[in-house]
Design a protein around this ligand. Sequence first.
Ligand SMILES: NC(=O)c1ccc[n+]([C@@H]2O[C@H](COP(=O)([O-])OP(=O)(O)OC[C@H]3O[C@@H](n4cnc5c(N)ncnc54)[C@H](O)[C@@H]3O)[C@@H](O)[C@H]2O)c1
Length: 336
Amino acid sequence: MSSLAPLRVGVVGLGHWGPNLARNFDRLPEADLTWICDASEEARDRSAVSFPEARVSGELDELLADPELDAVVIATPVPTHAGLAGQVIAAGKHCFVEKPLAQSALEAEAVVTAARDAGLVLMVGHLLEYHPGIVRLKELADSGELGEIHYIYGNRLNLGKLRAEENALWSLGAHDVSVLLGLAGEEPTDCTAMGESYMREGVEDVVFCYLRFPSGLAAHLHLSWLDPHKERRFTVVGSRKMATFDDMEVERKLTVYDKGFDEDFSSYGEYIARSGDSWSPRVPNDEPLLLECGHFVGCVLDGAIPRSDGESGLRVVRVLEDLQRSLDRGRSAQAV
Ligand SMILES: NC(=O)c1ccc[n+]([C@@H]2O[C@H](COP(=O)([O-])OP(=O)(O)OC[C@H]3O[C@@H](n4cnc5c(N)ncnc54)[C@H](O)[C@@H]3O)[C@@H](O)[C@H]2O)c1
């Protein structure tokens, strides 16, 4: 990272998640948390105690009018992301926006184009891409150790926060889709989803997704905030080996299995199951959110392109939009 003056950062949205971002930017020696902002007085008062050195506002415009402020972090509800990110970029500030970048590819494209034209850093908070376990899993997959990846499935389940403005697909699935696209290195050609709304009409609590990629890779995602289990797991099945990333595990977040089928050379066309060793590569215990915030600051100070830049955020939104279309088709078919 360069030795320039600290990056002056403001955080907008101090509900459940924003204070975590504020805390991590505040911890970084390369950044100064100079503003915190929320439309709700209660949220402002709560965070003002935690960040006494930051100026407090209820209006994004007040932050944007500060010529000393370099970057704005947006942690407001999803429907506001694209609009607020557009305002931040129009004001000439670098922007970190929580996932997903927008609610439609059209909105996401507008933000990406604006950032590119203005020469500003746009980064989307796809936190899992900064998780040392996911980084290691991707290294394993890219190295060819797992062989050709046949299929991937993800479980993101919990008795979690019931949201009114976005369904489980947009709230939980944004994480999994970003990891999936990173592992696949390609975009899916088929996206199918089915889901059900039990708690609030029209807001799916549970969603099952099936995606197919041009290489033949397939993926399944089970997303739910209405579940007795807390699971945050990916399983990758390759032609040579298999691997799981399990974020609920404390020590063994990543496990590699030497399992598969080998051709039986003594009998043409027959296969023998191979169930060899399993082992857990070491995964550094660094906090993903601190790594993510540090990455954003480093990219702005060094003029680098973030791992989860606007373009990659746009690819995630495209997939979420395709899955949502499929969900909607299922809904209207049910209504007939
Ligand atoms: N990366 C992660 O793991 C992760 C985890 C949780 C939430 N998130 C993301 O963080 C964002 C916020 O989620 P949350 O759970 O904190 O929501 P929340 O509803 O608890 O908080 C949102 C806050 O934004 C404020 N707000 C809304 N519009 C505003 C505006 N125009 N100006 C200023 N303040 C405004 C609200 O008053 C509220 O306090 C969402 O985009 C969500 O997807 C990310």
